[in-house]
Ligand binder design. Structure first.
Ligand code: TZP
Ligand code: MG
Length: 221
């Protein structure tokens, strides 16, 4: 298993694509959307099988294995959202957890050393706690309004990103929520190492073109 030092994680966070079957346009197969997104230049992928109509059980596992294999073939790290058993079953490169899940140190013990553990944080206190618990990176948001998460917290712009920087907090950070080519530069200037995206890639007419444009926006903030 590769070692994930801080710099490798920072680089991987640049264009972090998150997707499950419910995020794809109805006619588009998730595997094809992921292949296109990789072609467009995504640097990290998270399998997030959540929301109304999401797959469960064997079907969720089978799609996860298909998406993992696509990532492996292209050297893109594969992260699983929330589900420890699924992350282990898929031999994922990492897991992303929220504030309703167990603390990062407990999650790391359960998924095993060598896997990336990312944590969503909405306040500086949550960020400090996640860092103390050994998180590898933090997801900060929602930065802008999003319709991809039913229980999203209030929109906060780039305020928390800026507050973390002002407090000397240097853990790798990725912004999330409503990010598009039009506002990606603002997120990067706010102090993020990268952007995480669901709909601006998954629901795009061309996920490859969308990813390509987002990567350009991240690289020239
Ligand atoms: N967590 C905070 S906002 C969000 C998640 C999973 C959804 C982001 O999706 P989109 O479509 O990029 O706004
Ligand atoms: Mg959760």
């Amino acid at each position: 298993m590769p070692t994930w030092n801080e710099e490798a994680i920072r680089r991987a966070l640049k264009l972090y694509f998150i997707m499950g079957s419910v995020n794809c346009r109805s006619a588009a197969a998730p595997a094809e959307v992921l292949r296109e997104a990789i072609r467009g230049g995504i640097t990290l992928f998270q399998y997030r099988e959540k929301g109304a109509g999401a797959l469960t059980g064997e079907a969720m596992l089978a799609l996860g294995a298909e998406l993992r294999d696509i990532c492996r073939a292209s050297g893109i790290p594969f992260i699983v959202n929330d589900d420890i058993e699924l992350a282990i079953a898929l031999d994922a490169d990492g897991i992303h957890i929220g504030q309703d899940d167990a603390p990062a140190d407990e999650i790391r013990r359960r998924v095993g050393e060598g896997r990336i553990v990312g944590v969503s944080a909405h306040t500086i206190e949550e960020a400090r706690k996640a860092i103390a618990d050994g998180a590898d990176y933090l997801g900060i948001g929602p930065i802008y309004p999003t319709s991809s998460k039913d229980d999203a917290k209030p929109v906060q712009g780039t305020r928390l990103l800026e507050k973390l920087a002002a407090n000397g907090i240097r853990i790798p950070l990725v912004g999330i929520g409503g990010i598009t080519t039009a506002n990606a530069g603002e997120v990067m200037r706010g102090g993020a190492d990268g952007i995480s995206i669901i709909s601006a890639i998954a629901a795009a007419g061309s996920p490859a073109e969308a990813a390509h444009e987002l990567l350009a926006a991240v690289q020239r903030p």
